[in-house]
Design a protein around this ligand. Structure first.
Ligand code: ATP
Length: 140
């Protein structure tokens, strides 16, 4: 089995999508190994998205990610990383509504930035991201 980091971003939480997202998670065969709600501060948001620090959208991204609490979940199943990425759909939530209408981002996202959920994109980033938030567990 494999583990991945899932996050419901501030727009997902504020829009009350948590229950629907969790239903989709369980229905799709993931187990939720750990769960934690936190408010990211600027420093932590910058560190989490450090690979994007040179991009023009970075200041907006940091503002968005610190605009309210996020819900972090460690998800586990066979092929968890790529299955969770498929379930959330493409980065641009507007595009997702057209091309992947049953994806999570189509349901709760609104733009390229405000796409309501996150998922690790590789084994390496899953290990990094799980350890980043959950100091005490084995990443997978
Ligand atoms: P995530 O890493 O959150 O799962 P992703 O892998 O689909 O998303 P990345 O390219 O890693 O997308 O970008 C990280 C986040 O930065 C996106 O989820 C989105 O919130 C924001 N973002 C990405 N591209 C843009 C953009 N062109 N304009 C504004 N925000 C963007």
């Amino acid at each position: 089995k494999e583990r991945t980091l899932a996050m419901i971003k501030p727009d997902g939480l504020l829009g009350n999508y948590t229950d629907d997202i969790k239903k989709t998670i369980i229905r799709s065969g993931f187990s939720i190994v750990r769960e934690m709600m936190i408010q990211l501060d600027e420093e932590k948001a910058k560190l989490f998205y450090t690979e994007h620090s040179a991009k023009s959208f970075f200041p907006d991204l940091v503002r968005y990610m610190t605009s309210g609490p996020v819900l972090l979940m460690v998800l586990e199943k066979y092929n968890a990383i790529s299955d969770w990425r498929s379930l959330i759909g493409p980065t641009d939530a507007k595009q997702a509504k057209i091309s992947h209408p049953s994806s999570i981002r189509a349901m709760c996202g609104s733009s390229t930035e405000r796409n309501c959920v996150h998922g690790s994109d590789s084994r390496l980033s899953a290990a990094r991201e799980i350890s980043f938030f959950f100091k005490d567990i084995f990443p997978g």
